[in-house]
Design a protein around this ligand. Structure first.
Ligand code: DGL
Length: 283
């Protein structure tokens, strides 16, 4: 019996502040269709993007603990805000690999820019963290990075207002300062923004390349799992979705973010308590 391709059947854990991380799950499912997935959306406490670093860190740890209790082999911090603020800490203390969305997006932007002028859009917390600038400058300190928060894009994407007059006016207002800086690459630094891609491309024009952090992250997850021999080849992978509140709303909204029917979404059982073994208490 050939078990070599089945030796890591455990699920990939993906968490986000809510429904937006499904854009990352969507790309991971596309690239790694034989992997089981446990997704946790913290819908009771969304948004993270308007909260302090301390609170985002605390929530992020609890999200990870939930996934660890489900025996995941790798964690994807699909939330840009959580990745921006807490990824270093997760990386330090977790014994399983953890992938965030900032580094993959930053790397793709550094590779794509021709003029060396990159724009980034994200939540206020992601902007304040300066995480995209730091990652891009680690690769190339000469790249100019211009960052702006677009807080109205999250409710627009959730409401399904991704085209038409009002979203266009809002997007023009947000993007104008970046266009004045002459950017040639724009990082979509928030889980929700891929839903606005056609609208944004329309405003940016063909000269500006958009970098979708969700897609870049999925590529990194696939590369890491291949390199570390962590792949599974399950013909019937399980996809389980949990939220901390309002599962029916998540089911309704989720389809647009995931690009396919979600199935049943469960309320997460309370998970606070002593950490499971994948948590390294010696560090
Ligand atoms: N998931 C968040 C992010 O990618 C957006 C929503 C929120 O503010 O929680 O930053």
């Amino acid at each position: 019996m050939n078990t070599s391709s089945e030796h890591k059947p455990q699920p990939i854990g993906i968490f986000d502040s809510g429904v937006g991380g499904l854009t990352v799950a969507r790309q991971i499912i596309k690239l790694l269709p034989e992997e089981s997935i446990v997704y946790f959306g913290d819908t009771a406490r969304v948004p993270y993007g308007t909260k302090s670093d301390r609170i985002v860190r605390e929530f992020t740890w609890e999200d990870c603990l939930f996934l660890l209790w489900h025996g995941v082999k790798l964690i994807v911090a699909a939330c840009n805000t959580a990745s921006a603020i807490a990824l270093d800490e997760l990386d330090r203390y977790l014994q399983i690999p953890v992938v965030g969305v900032i580094k993959p997006g930053a790397r793709a932007a550094a590779e794509s820019t021709q003029r060396g002028i990159v724009g980034v859009i994200g939540t206020q917390a992601t902007v304040d963290s300066k995480s995209y600038q730091k990652e891009i400058h680690r690769i190339d300190p000469d790249i100019q990075v211009h960052v702006t928060s677009c807080p109205l894009f999250v409710p627009l994407a959730e409401e399904g207002w991704t085209e038409g007059e009002i979203p266009k006016l809002i997007a023009e207002k947000y993007l104008q300062p970046l266009l004045l800086e002459n950017i040639d690459t724009l990082i979509l630094g928030c889980t929700h923004y891929p839903l606005l891609k056609p609208l944004l491309q329309d405003i940016l024009g063909d000269e500006v390349t958009m970098v979708d952090s969700a897609l870049e992250t999925a590529k990194d997850v696939a590369a890491l799992m291949t390199a570390q021999d962590m792949l599974s080849s399950d013909p019937d992978p399980q996809r389980n979705f949990y939220v901390s509140d309002l599962p029916r709303r998540f089911e309704d909204l989720g389809q647009r973010f995931l690009g396919e029917q979600i199935g049943t979404v469960s309320i997460a059982e309370p998970w606070k308590g002593s950490p499971p073994s994948q948590f390294d208490e010696t560090k």
